[in-house]
Design a protein around this ligand. Structure first.
Ligand code: CMP
Length: 146
């Protein structure tokens, strides 16, 4: 418990968590699990069932989706698709360098979003940006064909 204030400070510096109240940051520090991954390690694997939401605290990871590799750095998040849709993982996410992540387990995810709309909006913005990027590439490829 003594470590909590330092942990809370560290979380507050991650843009993903910046709008949370000190109480909610404490809660994340309590219910979230800090996990480390080695370079080259698969953090989540396509088609896996279960697992949580990952927020990168340090390091970077890559995900191949829609025919392109995307790199996610500190503050980047992944794992929301399986949680929101109740489906298996849509892609494999691999650590490109050592990664430290805060993992929010599935059972906490929805209640946490409902209590913290700013986090829900951050996730929504990220998902829209990803959808848009894939859509733009499909449109460009379709125009090339026509
Ligand atoms: P999920 O399906 O749970 O597991 C794989 C994750 O990769 C997925 O959630 C998203 O968080 C992430 N992901 C999927 N597509 C993209 C993308 N185009 N850009 C960045 N991340 C993505």
């Amino acid at each position: 418990m003594d470590e909590l204030p330092g942990e809370v400070e560290a979380l507050r510096r991650i843009p993903f968590f910046q709008d949370l109240t000190p109480e909610d940051l404490s809660r994340i520090a309590t219910i979230g699990e800090r996990r480390s991954f080695a370079a080259g390690e698969a953090i989540v694997s396509k088609a896996d069932v279960g697992g949580g939401l990952f927020v990168i605290l340090s390091g970077s990871a890559t995900v191949e989706a829609g025919g392109k590799a995307h790199t996610l750095g500190p503050g980047g998040f992944f794992g929301e698709m399986a949680l929101l849709a109740g489906r298996p993982r849509s892609a494999t996410v691999v650590a490109v360098e050592p990664v430290e992540a805060m993992v929010l387990e599935a059972m906490y995810f929805r209640p946490f979003l409902i209590k913290n709309p700013s986090v829900a909006v951050t996730i929504l913005e990220g998902v829209v940006e990803r959808l848009r990027e894939v859509q733009d590439r499909i449109d460009a490829a379709t125009e090339d064909q026509g």
